[in-house]
Design a protein. Sequence first.
Length: 406
Amino acid sequence: MQSEGKIVVASQHYPPDTSTTAAIMAEIACHLAVGHEVVVLSGSPGPLPAALTGSGKPRVIAIKNRMAGKAALVRRGASELLFATRTFFALIRELRRGDVVLTVTAPFMLPYAVAAAAWLKGARSALIMHDLFPDVLVMAGLLKPGSIGMKMMRAANSLMFRALNAVITIGRDAERPLLSYSGMTRNKIRFIPNWATIAPGPRPLTSDNPFRTALSARFVVGLSGNLGFTHDPEIVFEAARILKGEPDIHFLLSGWGIGFERLKQLQATANLPNVSFVARVEDSELEAFLAAANLWVIPYRKDVAGVSVPSRFYNLLAVGRPVVLVSEPEAEAALTVVENRLGWVVTPGRPDQLAEAIRIASRAIDGAMAERAVKAAARFDRKTAMNAYVALIDELLRNRGIVEQR
């Protein structure tokens, strides 16, 4: 009988980084460390929080990394390539036959390095697919469909998917585009959705909420988090412009990324009276901030289905808030909204539809919708997800049930 190997988690984002990806990867690594040897290859410098150190916690190896801003595409690409290369050589040193390595699609070059290193060392590999490249780049307008770059990345993906032993999707809509690759088979795909990091429970709207005290409007529309290349900030601003004559509706915006920089530029020019910005909210204030709005907007560009899933979605439901999702109806979050009657789904690129949905929401939201949101969030819980990750990794360690294609 083959002895059980160790688990290596390779991630550019890991605490002390405060991103959602870092929190997710730390949660998984710590849970797997109960009963397994776990090593984390981290691209996030700095001391770990006390809760992630000590006996029974993963051993963390820092990989030298310099993260450029999202707007600095060339420097960012060079930095990510260098990080993926360093991670590859670290894996070559660390992996042994029978080990399992788990990684994520951030940066997008990292999974190639992980799959190659695992293949060379006789280890098994699994990828958590938060975003599907090159589809994300096409969606963002950074790569043209049918271009040489697109074809080269798809060819590389086919090789990578053939080498990987498992691909974890966080959305049901990801299966179809994945199966378009020759190296992918259905038995490799495992659906494990993300979870709410805030305990599900109704949070009442209160006048003393620190994020509402300066607002006189009765109905507050929130936008929060990282707005990257896949998001459309302008549709939110144009909806606010359409609704500027309705004083009962106000837009409260807080976040980071190139999308928020664009929103600030638009507001500097238009100076809409129904738009306010809040500095990036710390984790300790996140629950109060999410409870400040009556309704939350998640604005995607077109062709989001199967490409990206908003991780913030589950926390919005956890505090009992409905959402307006800008995306195709077959996208994972849109399916959840419609199936559970949690809000509205509007067509990408149609600010008039978004404005109308907000106008309807300002008159239609009731306690029943909030209760449905909390009930839905409770189904996306940490324990269920962690159990699924443990089951998959144990399966890979024991080499049962997953066909290897070497």
